[in-house]
Design a protein around this ligand. Structure first.
Ligand SMILES: Cc1ncc(C[n+]2csc(CCOP(=O)(O)OP(=O)(O)O)c2C)c(N)n1
Length: 323
């Protein structure tokens, strides 16, 4: 697996920081009453989406969860259309009728976020089956949480994907909590990756705050999938910095010390430090300029969203059924 070039490493940083800035803004605008529904932030977990998607081709397909902004951005989604969707506007990805949890863009291989916990796992396994039946080179990736790994679709999908050697990556984002429930209270074994043994496939544990470690594990799994050897389960140990959702009354029983410990393992600061430690590769000024550019693109996405109209009430039933 070739190590990412310095340019590729910088692009990884740019994408991770874009995810963070996008969500900081989405959170602010949600609290200001401009964004409707609910917003689940991925902040703190950016290295997972970016490390995995950096190992994929443009036509590879992914599916996301309720915490999906990071996966969309890492797969190359358009920020304007994403923000317009969060704002509930006509120019959003789902014409403003889906919101934060339902962003999809088939053109970039983003098959959709999903408000149903574990709901995406079997859908994207179907995409893996399609890739195999079409004898294409594509792989399909399922992102899901530790909570979702306790649900039926996880086990059913891994079983059939292993049996049929589907070109799949199952990427568990173990952020130690499932809404208000600590993972330790519901996982029979503390490592989700250990479950891979039950299906005879590799189960890999990765530091999910190290984008290069994630990239390496994903690259190995992609090579295995493309070679027809079947799926891999990758468990990324990571942490979400925010409450389960941005709702003002959202309870949060996580210990303060745990949150602080994980915030010190910031995947973005870690990558910045790595780049800066490479002699002459990345200066403070370059980092500031990159961040300023990102903030500008986020601001532009908000301007775009606000300029877009709300969908007409009579369009409410459009697109519900296929012709
Ligand atoms: C089938 C189903 N059950 C319950 C819920 C309510 N719910 C939304 S998110 C969530 C926790 C999911 O935890 P996890 O899979 O670990 O993902 P994380 O939020 O940690 O990223 C729950 C229980 C739901 N959306 N769908």
């Amino acid at each position: 697996m070739p190590y990412p070039t310095p340019e590729a490493q910088r692009e990884m940083l740019r994408t991770m920081q874009t995810i963070r800035r996008f969500e900081e803004r989405a959170s602010d605008d949600y609290h200001a009453g401009d964004i409707y529904g609910v917003v689940h932030c991925y902040i703190g977990e950016e290295a997972v989406a970016v490390g995995v998607c950096a190992a994929l081709n443009g036509d590879d397909q992914i599916i996301s969860t309720h915490r999906g902004h990071g996966h969309c951005i890492a797969k190359g989604a358009n920020l304007d259309r994403m923000m317009a969707e969060l704002y509930g506007r006509e120019d959003g990805y789902c014409k403003g009728k889906g919101g934060s949890m339902h962003i999809a863009d088939f053109d970039i291989g983003m098959l959709g976020a999903n408000g149903i916990v574990a709901g995406g796992i079997s859908i994207v396994t179907g995409a893996g089956l399609a890739a195999q039946l079409e004898e294409s080179d594509r792989v399909a990736v399922s992102f899901f949480g530790d909570g979702a790994s306790n649900a039926g679709p996880f086990h059913e999908s891994l079983n059939i994907a292993a049996k049929w050697k589907l070109p799949m990556l199952y990427v568990c984002e173990n952020n130690l909590h499932s809404a208000q429930t600590p993972a330790a209270k519901t996982l029979a074994h503390e490592d989700v990756a250990a479950r891979a043994a039950g299906y005879g496939i590799p189960g890999v544990i990765v530091d999910g705050n190290d984008v290069f470690a994630v990239y390496e594990a994903a690259s190995d799994a992609v090579a295995r999938a493309r070679a027809g050897e079947g799926p891999t389960l990758i468990e990324c140990k990571t942490y979400r910095w925010r409450k389960h959702t941005e709702r003002p009354n959202q309870p949060d029983q996580r210990p303060e010390a745990e949150i602080e410990t994980w915030m010190k393992k910031d995947p973005i600061a870690r990558l910045v430090n790595h780049l800066k430690s490479q002699q002459g590769q990345f200066s403070d000024e370059e980092w500031e300029a990159m961040d300023a550019e990102i903030l500008k693109s986020i601001e532009a996405s908000v301007v775009y969203a606000k300029a877009s109209p709300f969908p007409a009430p009579e369009a409410a039933l459009d697109d519900l059924y296929a012709d």
